[in-house]
Design a protein around this ligand. Structure first.
Ligand SMILES: C[S@@+](CC[C@H](N)C(=O)[O-])C[C@H]1O[C@@H](n2cnc3c(N)ncnc32)[C@H](O)[C@@H]1O
Length: 190
């Protein structure tokens, strides 16, 4: 297969933007797959900050990190809309998997307004050349509302500062997830 699947493509974007020793953010830790991926990408000299509002997700992520003897990540029981309270350093990249935690309560989902606040804060912290990847799941209750709010927001970002890409398979059934990637090309005025 030549066209990368959504998860593979998300990872290859992060691999392009993040280097060893840098800081990265997982906006939705969930079961910790992306936190682990980012922690391995930044290496022992780097650090990952991972956020989730569910205790179950924080525990699952900590467990996954421990299984792989990963110690360069901080997992916070905290909404990603508060990312700037915990991260003040420049970051090289971030990922969000929107939607609900697989195998848990499907009514606890990410929401457009808080996702947008988190993106705004991360865009300020992001290095030039850094990428924020959003994997947008929109098949669940509330998913289309969040999708539309996020798309409306990212479409209006100034192209002088951010390049916004949508990567999507358009002939698949059942609302497949798609990617929105934001590459910072110039710092914003403070
Ligand atoms: C699709 S799951 C993430 C899957 C995860 N990336 C993985 O590798 O398993 C979405 C997660 O976002 C979390 N979430 C919902 N609202 C949040 C918020 N405001 N801040 C941080 N996490 C949130 C949910 O609790 C859920 O665990």
């Amino acid at each position: 297969m030549k066209l990368q699947r959504v998860i593979q493509y998300a990872q290859s974007l992060l691999m392009q933007s993040i280097e060893k020793g840098e800081i990265a953010v997982d906006g939705t830790a969930g079961n910790g797959h992306d936190t682990l991926f980012l922690a391995q990408l930044v290496g022992v000299a780097g650090h990952v900050y991972a956020f989730d509002i569910q205790q179950q997700a924080v525990e699952a992520t900590l467990e996954r990190l421990a299984e792989h003897s990963v110690t360069n990540a901080t997992v916070l029981l905290e909404g990603h809309e508060n990312v700037a309270k915990h991260v003040q350093q420049e970051i090289a990249g971030a990922i969000f998997n929107l939607g609900y935690l697989p195998g848990a309560d499907h009514t606890i989902v990410t929401k457009g307004n808080t996702t947008i606040v988190a993106i705004e804060q991360l865009l300020q912290l992001l290095k030039v050349g850094g990428i924020i990847v959003l994997v947008i799941y929109h098949g669940h209750e509330g998913g289309k509302k969040e999708r539309d709010e996020v798309l409306h927001f990212v479409s209006s970002l100034p192209q002088k500062h951010v390049h916004v890409l949508r990567y999507e398979f358009i002939n698949q059934k059942n609302d497949p997830p798609f990617i929105v990637a934001l590459e910072k090309v110039k710092h914003f005025p403070r």
